[in-house]
Design a protein around this ligand. Structure first.
Ligand code: CUA
Length: 308
């Protein structure tokens, strides 16, 4: 090989090395620029434990917004397949918001549109991060970690309002609040937030993946009033047949919802179709708690009610 050829190659090698050096420098500058203008919002791990112990902790037992001082707000959120609890929150403009996040079942993501908030939410871990919203409006929240068949429907919302407006709505902020009767909750909204991503907005389910809940639920409730409550409180796992189709999946337990919420959801589902059934009451839901059932226990009770 002649020298001229060698020099030619060496020249191009130096150019490529310079270019890659420049690119690395540009990346460092971009990171420094975004840290300086947007700030860093890297989640810290505030606690570890089994998902059960974390979810039983006061902050997650009733997730939602808590006002801790005139300029500070605490938000606890639980991610689960396929929703955030609460799904929608309202926070005041300009206040320092401390988010506490954990997951109930599998790894989820929590990304807030138009901000640089983006966290992986892990079961058994509490992620903490602080943020101050400086522009009012509605911020969309998405799960950006694939978590199962309903992942694309795992959405949430943060509404940022002025401090005075926040003061007026504060009472109704956490969606999962203690309500005394089924009539005080919006069953349709709760169904949309917690159930529709699998069972469909109208209750028709997703063929082959998630069974329909209407008119099937009303038929079940006419047979046995406690079965549907147990399926919500404790989940359901195993092969079932609904309207001539086989399903073999897992419904997670929804016992973290309040008695009034569950009654409201059930009454909404009963309204979607099927035979006329007396609406569920809060007391009926409360009576089914504390049985400590597993999702397969619920399957066994289902066999006793309808045998399929
Ligand atoms: Cu939760 Cu994807």
């Amino acid at each position: 090989m002649d020298d001229r050829h060698h020099d030619q190659i060496a020249k191009w090698e130096r150019r490529w090395i310079a270019l890659s050096g420049l690119m690395s420098l540009m990346f460092v500058i971009l990171i420094a620029f975004s840290l300086a203008t947007e700030g860093g919002h890297i989640a810290q791990v505030a606690g570890r434990g089994t998902p059960e112990t974390l979810l039983a902790a006061a902050i997650f037992a009733e997730p939602g917004v808590r006002v801790t001082s005139p300029t500070e707000v605490q938000v606890s959120l639980v991610a689960q397949a396929f929703s955030f609890s609460p799904e929608r929150i309202v926070v005041p403009l300009g206040a320092e918001v401390t988010f506490y996040l954990t997951a109930r079942d599998v790894i989820h993501g929590w990304q807030v549109d138009r901000t640089n908030l983006n966290v992986i939410v892990i079961p058994g871990e509490i992620a903490v991060l602080r943020y101050t919203f400086t522009r009012p409006g509605t911020y969309r929240v998405v799960c950006n970690e694939y978590c199962g068949i309903g992942h694309q429907n795992m959405l949430g919302e943060i509404e940022v309002v002025s401090a005075s407006q926040f003061g007026r709505t504060a009472a109704s902020v956490p969606m999962v609040a203690a309500a005394a009767t089924a009539d005080q909750v919006d069953g349709a909204a709760l169904y949309a937030a917690n159930c529709a991503s699998c069972h469909g907005a109208g209750g028709a389910g997703i063929a082959g993946a998630f069974p329909p809940v209407a008119p099937h639920s009303a038929e079940l409730a006419a047979e046995d009033r406690s079965y549907l409550i147990d399926a919500i409180l404790y989940g359901l796992q195993g092969p079932i047949n609904v309207a001539g189709r086989d399903y073999n999946g897992v419904m997670p337990a929804w016992g973290h919802l309040g008695d009034a919420q569950i009654a409201g959801i059930l009454n909404h589902v009963l309204d979607l179709g099927g035979p006329e059934v007396t609406p569920y009451t809060v007391d009926e839901i409360a009576a089914e708690r504390g049985k400590g059932w597993s999702p397969s226990d619920v399957l066994t009770s289902r066999r006793e009610v309808i045998g399929r």
